[in-house]
Design a protein around this ligand. Structure first.
Ligand code: NI
Length: 255
């Protein structure tokens, strides 16, 4: 059985888990999962993330506002996030970033939300978890300006963009998309990426890896992503799990 499975990006607060959340989270440890970062997407899910983190020792919370929520945020969101982040199980600000696939008519608002939360992360000395969908140029520009520590989650850019991210000292998160049949770019990124900068993630309930593509995802599927990385790198899947869980512990400063 696999061990040292660390899921660096999950959404167990999602309604897809409403029917069996407690049962599932209560049994994950037994499947070799040693850590999960549960990400917030708005205030409500950030609060819920902290609640889950306080209930389960292996779960940690990230608190933050996703770019899709840019038009729905309360004025004092930074103050609210700052209070949430005081909880010792909150280990990151996320997920935050830019999403131009979803909307292009509020780019300035998205950028402002992203930058304000980066500044908060620096003030609190926490890493960030970055969402970048079809906004590689602007995301990179903002990251270069602020040089935060953190991870580019569900990385969908080119090996050249990955190189820029690595130069900033950041990590790259790869998930189920790497196992998809047409995942040429993600495979190229996995090829060039040094293992000590890789984090594995589910982004569950979405992005389940092959052979579960389209089904509800969960941290127990991380080994399928590790297997794909191992195949690309020509190493043992357990080694990929061992190294990526160490990487996550280092980035999120976990014991
Ligand atoms: Ni996510």
């Amino acid at each position: 059985m696999n061990r040292n499975i660390f899921d660096s990006h999950a959404h167990y607060t999602d309604k897809a888990f409403n029917d069996d959340r407690e049962n599932m989270l209560g049994s994950l440890r037994e499947s070799g999962i040693c850590g999960v970062i549960n990400c917030g997407a708005d205030i409500e899910s950030s609060v819920f993330s902290v609640e889950l983190a306080n209930k389960y020792d292996y779960i940690y919370a990230a608190c933050g506002i996703h770019p899709e929520e840019a038009d729905k945020i309360p004025e004092n969101y930074i103050e609210i996030l700052k209070n949430l982040a005081r909880n010792e199980k909150c280990v990151a600000i996320g997920e935050i970033g830019l999403d131009y696939y979803w909307r292009q008519d509020n780019k300035e608002k998205q950028k402002e939300l992203f930058e304000n939360q980066i500044l908060l992360s620096k003030e609190l000395d926490l890493p960030i978890i970055v969402h970048d969908r079809e906004a590689h140029g602007d995301t990179l520009e903002i990251l270069k300006k602020h040089k935060p520590k953190g991870v580019l989650h569900c990385f969908s850019g080119s090996p050249e963009t990955a190189e820029e991210i690595l130069k900033l000292g950041m990590y790259i998160g790869l998930g189920g998309a790497l196992t998809f049949k047409n995942a040429r770019k993600a495979v190229e990124v996995a090829e060039m990426l040094p293992l000590d900068r890789l984090l594995l993630e589910t982004d569950c309930p979405y992005m389940a890896p092959v052979p579960f593509r389209g089904k509800r995802n969960y941290s127990g599927y991380i080994p399928y992503i590790a297997e794909k990385v191992a195949e690309i790198k020509g190493i043992d899947p357990q080694t990929v799990l061992d190294i990526t869980s160490e990487n996550a512990k280092k980035l999120f400063d976990l014991k």
